[in-house]
Design a protein around this ligand. Structure first.
Ligand code: ATP
Length: 288
């Protein structure tokens, strides 16, 4: 049997952290959405207990360091099964970019194996299991616009975003997520976002309010080390994006535009600055 699952990239329209739990995990307050830049994860049954991971990227591990491999282990343990599987990942999402590629691959494995092995788990259970892999996996299980809180496991789906276009620009640097998160100093965080206003903007499909309340409190930390992030943000705004900011822990920066013609202009202009630029739209995994 063979199953193919789409694993879309995510971006953070709002990213805030409120405090640190005693075990070092962050308390998040985020608004996330998925975009139509996606990896494809193919799952095939194996007659043994083996877990095989094959990717078309030379940089990625194919053993238990791969988040897709970890998803199989977590699911097998939870369901007390020992089926074998071959996972073939066709990567399109840049790695270590702040776009949640590894988390989305892991979430795709959870969804796909749940079907392939007829486990009957609901999305909420898969999301809870996903938290054992990475804080972005619960969101990626849903891959639809959502308010994400807790350590990442409280995912509240939101209405679809009003139509918009997004230009993603990834500078040629790789950012270590743990390294950035270690530098968060809660006393120094300049200001918190008004996530409630952002949520209201989405509920009311109000572009002005969405654009005005977007933000990422990690942007000053990553861009202090990598100033090119702010340069790209300035370019996105200069060429006409309605709002622009870093995604996740970076380094990808994105600009949002209401109009396609404007987004195309921003995309064309950014191509001169940055090798990896994508013109995408928000997607909801289960609707589009
Ligand atoms: P996050 O912000 O969730 O930490 P990211 O979006 O910045 O992640 P990823 O592309 O998920 O970045 O990669 C982060 C790390 O995870 C990399 O060091 C990579 O080697 C490792 N990794 C493990 N499995 C995968 C996978 N299937 N795809 C991409 N990266 C993976």
């Amino acid at each position: 049997m063979q199953i193919v699952e789409k694993a879309p990239a995510k971006i953070n329209l709002g990213l805030d952290t409120l405090f640190e739990h005693s075990n070092g995990d962050k308390e998040w307050d985020m608004v996330m959405t998925s975009v139509d830049l996606a990896d494809y994860v193919t799952l095939e049954s194996l007659p043994t207990k083996r877990i095989e991971v094959i990717t078309d990227s030379g940089f990625l591990p194919n053993d238990r360091r791969n988040l897709a491999f970890q998803a199989v282990s977590v699911l097998r343990r939870h369901c007390h099964v020992e089926y074998g599987v071959r996972i073939t990942i066709k990567k399109a999402i840049p790695v270590a970019a702040g776009l949640g590629g590894g988390s989305s691959d892991a979430a795709a494995v959870l969804r796909g194996l749940n079907r392939m092995w007829s486990l009957g788990l609901d999305l909420a259970t898969l999301a809870k299991l996903g938290l054992r892999i990475d804080s972005d996996v619960p969101y990626c299980v849903y891959s639809q616009t959502a308010h994400v809180t807790g350590k990442g496991e409280v995912v509240t789906p939101l209405p679809k975003l009003p139509p918009m276009w997004i230009v993603l620009a990834k500078p040629k640097i790789s950012v270590s997520t743990p390294n950035i998160l270690r530098q968060v100093d809660y006393e120094q965080l300049e200001s918190h976002l008004d996530i409630n206003e952002l949520l209201t903007g989405i509920q009311q499909q109000d572009f002005t309010s969405i654009f005005a309340n977007m933000g990422n409190v990690l942007e000053p930390i990553t861009s202090k080390r990598y100033p090119e992030i702010l340069q790209i943000k300035q370019q996105l705004l200069k060429f006409g994006a309605d709002a622009a900011q870093m995604s996740g822990t970076g380094p990808t920066v994105f600009g949002v535009c209401r109009k396609r013609s404007r987004a195309q202009r921003v995309y064309n202009s950014l191509k001169g600055f940055c090798k990896e630029v994508y013109l995408v739209r928000p997607v909801n995994l289960n609707e589009d």
